[in-house]
Design a protein around this ligand. Structure first.
Ligand SMILES: NC(=O)c1ccc[n+]([C@@H]2O[C@H](COP(=O)([O-])OP(=O)(O)OC[C@H]3O[C@@H](n4cnc5c(N)ncnc54)[C@H](O)[C@@H]3O)[C@@H](O)[C@H]2O)c1
Length: 285
């Protein structure tokens, strides 16, 4: 007598089943700061979920290399599936003229329109408050706050004009928008991320009537080039940071993949104005 067949065979590796509402099939996602770090990994998550991606970054050369790598890696690992379209766009998100020209170019490259915007371009610096050069504060707020504002407004204007429903904007804030990191002094960065969280909430209310959702994700300490540079310069910081994280480790950028796909997809169609903290529990103690 032959053995009974398993009634629930598992799906082949790489094709694990999930709810179809998580799919981003056919959508186009714009990711600022997508040439590296968290933006790059979130772009990877979008491509794996069926989306096309436009990478927007100040570092145009790195954006081109990253777009190529993302596309080639996907095609290599999924040879039977259609290749995603991944484009690279050089842009300074703190400059209104550059932002406006870039979104025009994105629409030319992706004529079916933009469905999702992630604002990940941003940076941090450590200076004592009383020693922080004023021009550096303005530069930081220009990228982290104005850059987020300008890109969000640019895409919302397009969606309102075209009466698109269901666009999703995901702003990358930080746990620093809710808690003061120690021991490193970074008051303007913390203020910039509190501003990002409040921009997401405010835009969510203003644009709800247009069917536009706006949410914020607030990562804790994630291991990227940005944090690696800080740890390399001050190696004692690593143990200090980790000792304060209930999860006992720094985050890996892949820890953001599920959250960003959720907020980009129809799975979160009733979620707007939210701040999703992904910080290993840092901000609840
Ligand atoms: N890494 C972390 O621990 C962490 C934690 C919380 C929040 N964040 C936030 O996540 C975002 C991404 O951080 P990351 O760690 O990936 O940094 P990263 O430095 O690795 O990547 C940032 C990207 O933004 C681009 N960029 C910088 N200025 C720009 C500008 N003016 N216009 C367009 N692009 C610009 C850079 O070229 C770079 O590719 C930032 O907003 C950061 O504040 C990071």
């Amino acid at each position: 007598m032959s053995a009974p067949t398993d009634p629930t065979p598992s799906a082949p590796e790489g094709l694990k089943r999930t709810l179809p509402i998580f799919s981003l099939e056919g959508k186009t996602c714009v990711v600022t700061g997508g040439a590296r770090g968290l933006g790059y990994v979130m772009s990877q998550a979008f491509i794996s979920s069926g989306a096309n991606v436009a990478i927007v970054d100040l570092n145009g050369a790195e954006a081109i290399t990253s777009a190529k790598t993302l596309q080639e890696t996907y095609t290599l690992t999924n040879p039977t599936l259609p290749a995603p379209k991944v484009t690279a766009h050089t842009c300074d998100v703190s400059d209104p003229t550059s932002v406006s020209a870039t979104f025009q170019k994105i629409l030319e490259s992706h004529p079916s329109g933009i469905d999702v915007l992630v604002t990940s371009a941003g940076f941090t610096e450590n200076y004592k408050a009383e020693e922080y050069p004023h021009d550096r504060i303005q530069k930081l707020w220009g990228v982290n706050v104005d850059g987020t504002y300008l890109c969000a407004v640019e895409v919302a204007k397009e969606w309102i004009k075209s009466k698109k429903q269901g666009g999703s904007i995901i702003m990358v804030g930080s746990m620093s928008g809710s808690a003061v990191n120690v021991p490193q002094p970074q008051a303007p960065y913390n203020a910039s991320k509190a501003a990002v969280r409040q921009l997401a909430a405010s835009f969510a209310i203003e644009w709800a009537e247009h069917g536009i959702r706006v949410n914020c994700i607030s990562p804790g300490y994630m291991m990227t080039a940005l944090t690696k540079k800080i740890i390399d310069e001050q190696p004692e910081l690593y143990n200090n940071w980790v000792s304060r994280i209930p999860a006992g480790r720094m985050g890996n950028p892949v820890d953001l993949m599920g959250a960003v796909v959720y907020l980009a997809s129809d799975a979160s169609s009733y979620v707007t104005g939210a701040d999703l903290r992904i910080d290993g529990g840092y901000t609840v103690i």
